[in-house]
Write a new protein. Sequence first.
Length: 332
Amino acid sequence: MKAIVLISGGLDSILAAKIIKNQGIKVIPLKFNIPFYQINIDKYCGKNLFDFVKANLGEELKIADIDKEFLGLLLEPRHGFGTHMNPCIDCKILMFTKAKALMPKLGAQFIVTGEVLGQRPMSQHKRALCVIEEQSGLKGLLLRPLSAKNLNPTIPENRGWVNRDNLLCISGRSRRDQIKLARDLSISGYPNASGGCLLTDRQFSLRLNDLIRHRELNLRNIELLKFGRHFRIGPQTKLIVGRNEKENRYLEEKVKSGDLLFTPEEKVAGPTCLGVGVFDKEKITLSSRIACSYSDLCAGELRVAYRIIPDRKNKYLNASLVKKDSLAGLLV
C-alpha cells in the first residue's frame, strides 16, 4: 500500500507523513514548486530539504514544478483571493489535481496532507476542505491525519488501509499539539511556524498586482519581485534597487540582454540597480538619480555608471538626489 504525501516544507506535512508511515504504509513525499514559496530547498533549517525528508521518512523527496499553471490562477481564481493575492483554495485544488494524476504512475492508492482544520482562515475550514477534495477529484481519497477525527472517515479508513484510532483530532491555530508530536516522533530541525507563501505578504502582493496591471506577469519578473526596492518609472519600465551586498550581487547575476545596470562611482558606497523594460534618455537620468539617492551621498551630485546589457563599457551621468516624497510616489 502506498500514499503520496504532499510536503509543504513545514512541520505539519512531515508529521502527517510520519503518522501514515508508522501504520505500515509506504509514503511517497512530493513537493510542488510554485514561484511564491519562501522556503529554500537548498538551505532548509541548516540542511538540505531532501536530506531532511530522507532522515525523517526514509524516502526520497520528489519535486514537481507547476509554475506556469499557477500563474493562470492569479488572473482569475475561481474561489477568489484571501487577504492579499493568495488564491489558497484554487492553489490546493491545482496541487491535489496534479497529485491525483500522478497516483497511477507512482502506484499510490490515496493522498495525504498535513492540513489542520481551522489553521488557515481561507482554505482550512470544513467547507473549504470539502470543496478542495471534491473539485480535485479526490473525494474519499484525501486523508488529513492531523485532523482526521474531526472529519468524515475516508476510503483508506473505511477499508482498513489505515487505523482511524491512530489518527488525530487537532484543530485551530495553536501549535502545541504539533510540537509535542514532533518531540514524540523525534522530529527536529523544522522551521518556525510562519506563512511560507509570499502571496500572503502585503508588500509582495502590491508588487505582484503592479506586474499584473502592466501585463508583465512572467516567471522572471516574479523572481525579481523577491529582491530589492521596486520603482515603477514608466508603463513599461521598472528599476530595482539592491538593499545590501547580497541583493546587489543577485541583480548583477540576473541581468539579461536589453536590461540596464546602474552603479554609483566606486568611491561612494551605493546600490546596484537593475533597469527592466523600455528606457529613453529621461528614464536613464531618473534611474541614475534614484541610484544616487540610495548611495552614501548626502547632497550635491554623484557620477553614476550605467550600461546596456550585453555591453561591457560603461557610460556616465552626473546625477542629483531625488526628493523623498518623489521617491515614495514611484515606489511599488
